[in-house]
Each structure stands twice: as C-alpha cells, then as structure tokens.
Design a protein around this ligand. Structure first.
Ligand SMILES: [Zn+2]
Length: 158
C-alpha cells in the first residue's frame, strides 16, 4: 500500500539569522526567522511525511510554545517523525522538494542537502530530489523577504 503526502513551509528572512536548509548551513546575509532553526525544507518534508500518514502537522507534534523546540535542529524533528513512520510500518519510497529563495543560488548546496535528508529518511540519495527556484523579483520570495519550500513524499507500507 502506498501513501502520498504534501508539505509546504514559509519563513521570514532577517539579517543576523543563520539560513539552514535541509540541514545545511547556507552562506547568506539573511537567515530564516523562526522558533526552531527555521529550516523550511526540512519542515516541508516533515509535514509531507506526517500528511502521508494523516498524522496532523509539524505544529501539532512540535508546538512553538514548547521550549524544547527553540533553535531545535529540524533534521532531528524529521527524524522523530520518521521514527513514528517506522512504528506505523511505513518506509519512504522517494521524496521531491522545491525551495524558493531569491538568493543566494542554492546549486552548490543541493547535493549535501539531498545526502543529509536521505540519511534521515532512510533512503538512497538517488531517492531524494531537491530543486531550487527564485521568485523572479516578485512576491515575498522575490523581494528576498521569505524562503518557501514545498515537498511531496511517497510512503510504502512494509
Ligand atoms: Zn518552518
């Protein structure tokens, strides 16, 4: 049996914050604002896994008001959700994600993101796709005010 899930996440960009995407620190003058490490890519993937299992969303499992998740490593949050997936008898088949960020260009970081995410998702790197797009100078992404990520994950009952 297969289950598919979708995830979407947005974080505001601010100077003086680190920019972490897929567990990789990206060199940038502006970083993502948020309660955990504000890793939009990991959050979108986490929501996609939860969505595939109909297990609510990341805010339900890791409430912002909970001090345990302040500056939390989002790969660890994804890892906790993968533990839940394992408990339910699911494994990841593949994942596909798009990060929308005006700058910097993410191409130099993409393979490291795929490797880190694949390790947490328990699959080969060839099963995790990360794509990057800019906002073409439009909307909040295009104005370099936000980073957005979308993800889909396919789970299989083992
Ligand atoms: Zn987030």
């Amino acid at each position: 049996m297969f289950r598919i899930g979708i995830g979407h996440d947005t974080h505001r960009l601010e100077e003086g914050r680190p920019l972490v995407l897929g567990g990789v620190l990206v060199e940038s003058e502006r970083g993502a604002e948020g309660h955990s490490d504000a890793d939009a890519l990991s959050h979108a993937l986490t929501d996609a896994v939860l969505g595939a299992m109909c297990e609510g969303d990341i805010g339900l499992h890791f409430p912002e008001r909970d001090p345990r998740w302040k500056d939390a490593d989002s790969l660890q949050l994804l890892s906790r959700v993968m533990w839940l997936a394992g408990e339910r008898g699911y494994r990841v088949v593949n994942a596909d994600a798009t990060v929308m960020l005006e700058r910097p260009r993410l191409r130099p970081y993409i393979d490291e993101m795929r490797e880190k995410l694949a390790e947490v998702l328990g699959v080969e790197t060839s099963c995790v796709s990360v794509k990057a797009k800019s906002g073409e100078g439009l909307d909040a992404v295009g104005q370099w005010q936000a980073v957005t990520a979308q993800a889909v994950v396919l789970l299989e009952k083992t």
